[in-house]
Ligand binder design. Structure first.
Ligand SMILES: C=C(O[C@H]1C=CC=C(C(=O)O)[C@@H]1O)C(=O)O
Length: 380
């Protein structure tokens, strides 16, 4: 086993990296690549490939939109060289912080006022189309004089996020998709599956009393509890056919990252069919209403129509599956695409009937902090 923090040092642009509370994975080079717009078919193809080869693990990413209308396909690779280690934390706290260039320009997409109007329009359309929830996102485009090194951004993300899922994935054309998400889509070990959807948010505060109060108020917020319940109900409905046992706590817990509080629920289950792989379940669950809305297809159509950009891999999923079908998949949020001297950051929020458009704008600003802090940039 490699020393987990050493894998942060060994990461090179184009590699796949995922650090979680249980594992650190670094996949370098491409022995084989499987690209498919349909993640269920991708999963079947990978199963055959892993059966036929000596490669232990396939790693990769699913985009937000996995329908035929999607802009980018799901992409998995069997790495030429694979390193696996235990959790990167707590040693990651001792990593030295990497210096990164300051952006020359920061441009919100759309303008913040326009995002507020879009959210208001989303609330109106929810009622008109009888939807429970949609998730609307905005972006921040950063431009630099010289290209920031993906490895340096990754290092700072790993250092700052001891409990989350920190990732980087090379994209065709040389760009890097990277981030630090708190949200587990699913993990599978044998028949045991575990999920930890997040929905409902409040900012952290430097003032300890106010910080605690923000977490308490989040737990008591009817709007956030509704937003969360929509996710749990939809996921449970999707998971029932897969599981011979499913355990769902009656109420969420309040969890935190360094910048934000969330409502989260730990769902556990036992697969009815041991042949069903982690990627099979990820393909069935994705996109959950935590990143898309409910009902899924109608929400996806609204989101795609309202947002002024393609999400590509934002709000997709990032993870791995091995030859036994085990794996770990995280929801690809608190993330950015870095291409040369340009970087696009993404942040979204769940919209329900009671949402306040101004508060939704503020929530996305808080969510940008994960990447902004890694870049050494103050709030914008
Ligand atoms: C869609 C995002 O967050 C999701 C995950 C947790 C809380 C969320 C919320 O409270 O709206 C979102 O559902 C994002 O960070 O871009």
């Amino acid at each position: 086993m490699d020393r987990p923090v050493q894998l942060v040092d060994e990461y090179a642009t184009g590699d796949f990296f995922l650090a979680s509370a249980g594992h650190t994975i670094l996949g370098s080079g491409v022995a084989q690549e499987v690209v498919d717009p349909d993640p269920a078919r991708l999963s079947a193809r990978l199963r055959d490939l892993l059966d036929a080869s000596s490669a232990p693990v396939a790693v990769g990413i699913l985009p937000f939109d996995t329908t035929p209308a999607g802009t980018v396909p799901s992409r998995m690779v069997l790495p030429a060289v694979l390193h696996r280690a235990g959790p990167a934390h707590p040693q990651a706290a001792a990593l030295t912080r990497a210096a990164l260039p300051s952006p020359l320009a920061v441009r919100p997409v759309p303008e913040p006022r326009r995002h507020v109007e879009t959210v208001a329009e989303g609330i109106r359309l929810l009622a008109e189309h009888r939807l429970h929830k949609i998730v609307l996102a905005r972006a921040l485009d950063l431009e630099f004089a010289e290209p920031p090194a993906p490895g340096a951004v990754l290092r700072n993300l790993v250092k700052d996020h001891p409990r989350g899922y920190t990732f980087a994935a090379g994209l065709p054309g040389g760009a890097t998709f990277l981030g630090a998400t708190p949200e587990l889509l699913l993990s599978r070990t044998g028949r045991n599956v575990s999920f930890r959807p997040h929905a409902g948010s409040a900012p952290r505060s430097d003032d300890p009393l106010r910080d605690k109060e923000n977490g308490r108020a989040l737990f008591a917020s009817t709007k956030d509890r509704v937003e969360h319940a929509v996710v749990i109900e939809s996921m449970v409905e999707c998971l029932r056919p897969f599981c011979r046992r499913l355990s769902v706590p009656g109420e969420p817990e309040v969890v935190s990252t360094p910048t934000i509080w969330h409502l989260a629920t730990r769902i556990t289950g036992e697969l009815a069919d041991p042949e069903v792989t982690a990627l099979d379940v990820a393909a069935a669950l994705h996109p959950t209403p935590a990143v898309c809305g409910s009902p899924t297809d109608a929400a996806r159509r609204l989101v795609t129509g309202l947002e002024p950009f393609d999400r590509d891999f934002y709000a997709g999923a990032v993870g791995w599956v091995d030859a036994n079908g085990d794996g770990e998949w995280a929801v690809a949020i608190r993330c950015a695409e870095l291409a040369g001297n340009r970087m696009r950051l993404y942040a979204g929020g769940g919209i329900v009937a009671d949402s306040d458009p101004e508060a939704e704008l503020a929530e996305t600003s808080v969510k940008f902090r994960t990447l902004l802090r890694a870049m050494g940039v103050a709030d914008v």
